[in-house]
Design a protein. Structure first.
Length: 190
């Protein structure tokens, strides 16, 4: 009986020491909340899995900042042309954006909906991973369902689910460019 108690005690001490070592190591690495994930399209990458760049600490404990709003270094840049207006846009690095990229260049007669978005039903379906973004931002380019391309020109809250494809970087003249009715929109690679 004494051997069983000693064995149990030693087992508990070993578990405690291993747990303490594990906690000491994890305190030097960032937690999940300290990591920031940025999705950036990498042209020519045939990897079918969803690729993400995880921003990890570099020298002097600084984080590399790759926001999904400003132009990211590895993004695929697009041009969205509406009449005489030309906007710089970027695709996220996901399978859905890669499938859309293969369709470019494309010109679509986009219709207005709700005074905040332009939409067009594509002939082809695209892969999806829809989620509710809760907040739509002006310039968001998303997929509703598996074939409805949506370009948002106003920011608002939404309960609908979309698949994120990309975004227009500077939307200062976007609402003026799209107007209130149907409008031809060309999305191309610069």
């Amino acid at each position: 009986m004494n051997k069983k108690i000693t064995f149990t005690f030693l087992s508990l001490v070993i578990v405690f020491l291993l747990t303490a070592c594990s906690n000491a190591q994890s305190s030097t690495t960032p937690s999940d909340s300290e990591l920031s994930v940025s999705e950036n399209y990498v042209p020519g990458n045939d990897n079918s899995s969803l690729s993400k760049i995880i921003e990890e600490p570099i020298e002097n404990n600084q984080l590399i900042k790759n926001s999904d709003s400003p132009a990211a270094e590895n993004s695929t840049k697009l041009t969205v042309s509406i009449d005489d207006y030309h906007f710089s846009a970027f695709l996220y690095d996901n399978d859905y954006s890669k499938a859309f990229f293969k369709m470019l260049p494309i010109t679509l007669e986009m219709s207005d909906l709700n005074g905040n978005e332009k939409y067009y039903y594509l002939d082809n379906t695209l892969p999806t991973d829809s989620e509710n973004p809760k907040q739509i931002k002006s310039g968001d380019i998303m997929l509703y369902g598996d074939n409805c391309l949506v370009l948002f020109y106003k920011s608002f809250s939404s309960s609908y689910s979309y698949t994120k494809l990309g975004y227009i970087e500077d939307t200062s003249n976007l609402e003026k460019a799209v107007g209130s009715g149907d409008v031809p929109v060309t999305i191309s690679i610069p």
